[in-house]
Each structure stands twice: as structure tokens, then as C-alpha cells.
Design a binder for this molecule. Structure first.
Ligand code: NAP
Length: 282
């Protein structure tokens, strides 16, 4: 039977480390979160980020815009936060409301790279590609923290990532490559997916489809990292991996909930701290 990569536990350790550093700073860092519209799921995510800030001593600002605010108002707010020396991290909660007329690339470019704690700005993505990131992509770096905590070294391992999004799949592959893994990225056009995933020493699922990864897709003894969040009826969430069937085969596995999810927020706190330190050094 596998061992759990426990996101709640590891996330608490990361938050404790951030809190200890923040406590030693003359001024705490500030994270500005922009929420457009009143989507309940987004409100929950923003609330969780606020709680994490409170836990580590980071000041959180909430900037609410109505769903019909339009791109010009959103960009004006981002620009004002870019100029504000008291703000160290800026995060715009995505997705924006349906029908909100905006250009995602323009929004990613609008946030100052120094304050881009989501690591969406092309400059930060470029630094990541070159192996010199100053801020870390939250979800993939959170997954790595879990592996590090368990003492799982990626060097020489075959890491297979299912999913190639800019938020999860691609940066996950880059971080694994930087840890000297041999990396394969799979996507919806990949042929013979199971034949590839069965070769994985470490399998990362970032698809967004409930129970997509079945036991026959996983090698005995593999490490399985489930990034997926799939909402069932009510408030229940499950991952991309058929946990009950897959867990008996692997050495380590993340649960959903309680795996990668909590890690994403703790890396966000780490990034806000890192951004504040970098800005104060300049
Ligand atoms: P996304 O942008 O929709 O990307 C999904 C990826 O899965 C795409 O690259 C897609 O391939 C691939 N895919 C879809 N069907 C496939 C198939 N049949 N075979 C192989 N690959 C397939 O989603 P995302 O933003 O990366 O998020 C993925 C999941 O992670 C979602 O459930 C999301 O909610 C979750 N998530 C969790 C966290 C967290 O904090 N835990 C953070 C972010 C996201 P194509 O590129 O070819 O379409």
C-alpha cells in the first residue's frame, strides 16, 4: 500500500517557515488580490488566500470589481497596484466572469513581473524556462514541495505529466527537468497514453477529468501526483486519479482533497515573501 503525500501537513510546514521569516521583517509583505464579479467558487478561493495571509502575517488587500467593470478599469487597477510601493504581490483571481471582455495575455503582461506572484508574466515564464526563476509557479512548485518533503529525488527518474496548460502542465515539466528528471508531456492528442504513463516513475495528472487515471495506467511502485480538482455534487471534490484503485499500486500518492491544493496557497505565500524581499533589495 502506498504512503500519502499529505498536502495539509506539508503546507503547514511551509506556512510556518514563511511566518517565521515574516515575523523577522521590519514591515510585513502585502498581497493584493483582485476579484472581478461574485462567483461563489472564486470567493472561496480568495477567502482561503486571505486566511493564509493572516496565518503567516502577510497583509492582504482585497480589490473587488463588478462583473461588468470592463478591461480598462481592471488594467487601471493593476497599474495602480504596480505603482504602489506598499504592495509586493498582485493576483487577479481567474477565471474572470463569463462574458467579461478581456485579453488574457494583456492581463498577464499588465502585472509588473516583480509583483507577479502567480508567475504568469512572460518575463517570469522565460526565467523559469532558462532555469533561473525568482518566483515559482504555485501549483507545480507546491507539488515539488510535497515530493521534497517525502525525500523523493527526481534526478534520473522518468516524470510523465498529463496536461500541457501554461498554469500546470508546462511549468510542472520545466521544474521536473530542472531537477534532472527525464520528462514526457502528454496531452489530448497523445497516442497510446497508457503505454507512456506505465513507464512513469512519477506520474503527474493535470487534466481536469474525474478518475481519468486508472490502475492499468500506473506502474507498480510509481509516485502519483494528482493535480486535478473535479467538483462532484455538493461541495465534494475529487481528483483526476481513481484513488481507491490506484493507491494500492503506488509507493506514494497525493489525495484529493488535501494533496496539491493546499500546497498551491503555501507557495503563493512563499512567492509574496520572495517578491517583497526582491523589491526591497532594489
Ligand atoms: P486545462 O488548461 O484544461 O488543461 C488540461 C490539459 O489536459 C490539457 O493540456 C489537455 O490537452 C489535457 N487533456 C485533456 N483531455 C485529455 C486526454 N484525454 N488525454 C490526455 N490529456 C488530456 O487545465 P489546467 O488548468 O491545467 O488544470 C488541470 C486540472 O488541475 C483541473 O482539474 C484544475 O482544476 C486543476 N488545478 C488544480 C490546482 C490546484 O491548486 N490543485 C491548480 C490549478 C489547476 P490539450 O492541451 O491537448 O487540450
Amino acid at each position: 500500500m502506498s504512503q500519502l503525500l499529505d498536502g495539509k501537513l506539508v503546507s503547514a510546514k511551509v506556512l510556518d517557515r514563511v511566518a517565521a521569516e515574516v515575523a523577522g521583517m521590519p514591515q510585513p509583505p502585502t498581497l493584493a488580490v483582485i476579484l472581478v464579479g461574485d462567483d461563489p467558487a472564486s470567493q472561496v478561493y480568495v477567502g482561503n488566500k486571505k486566511k493564509a495571509c493572516e496565518r503567516v502575517g502577510i497583509v492582504s488587500q482585497e480589490h473587488l470589481l463588478p462583473a461588468d467593470a470592463g478591461q480598462a478599469k481592471l488594467l487601471a487597477l493593476v497599474n495602480a497596484l504596480n505603482q504602489d510601493k506598499n504592495v509586493h504581490g498582485i493576483l487577479c483571481q481567474l477565471p474572470l466572469p463569463k462574458g467579461f471582455d478581456y485579453d488574457e495575455q494583456a492581463l498577464c503582461r499588465a502585472v509588473s513581473p516583480a509583483k507577479d506572484v502567480d508567475v504568469f508574466h512572460p518575463e517570469n515564464v522565460g526565467k523559469l524556462m532558462q532555469g533561473e526563476p525568482e518566483l515559482l509557479p504555485c501549483t507545480p512548485a507546491g507539488a515539488l514541495e510535497l515530493l521534497d518533503d517525502a525525500g523523493i529525488d527526481l534526478a534520473g527518474k522518468h516524470v510523465v505529466v498529463i496536461g500541457r496548460s501554461n498554469i500546470v502542465g508546462k511549468p510542472m515539466a520545466m521544474l521536473a527537468l530542472q531537477r534532472n528528471a527525464t520528462v514526457t508531456i502528454c496531452h489530448s492528442r497523445t497516442k497510446n497514453l497508457s503505454a507512456i504513463t506505465r513507464q512513469a516513475d512519477v506520474l503527474v495528472a493535470a487534466v481536469g477529468r474525474l478518475h481519468f487515471v486508472t490502475a492499468d495506467m500506473v506502474k507498480d511502485g510509481a509516485v502519483v501526483v494528482d493535480v486535478g480538482i473535479n467538483r462532484l455534487e455538493g461541495r465534494k471534490v475529487r481528483g483526476d486519479v481513481d484513488f481507491d484503485a490506484v493507491a494500492p499500486k503506488c509507493s506514494w500518492i497525493t489525495p484529493v482533497p488535501g494533496g496539491v491544493g493546499p500546497m498551491t496557497i503555501s507557495v503563493l505565500m512563499k512567492n509574496t515573501l520572495a517578491a517583497a524581499k526582491l523589491q526591497r533589495r532594489k
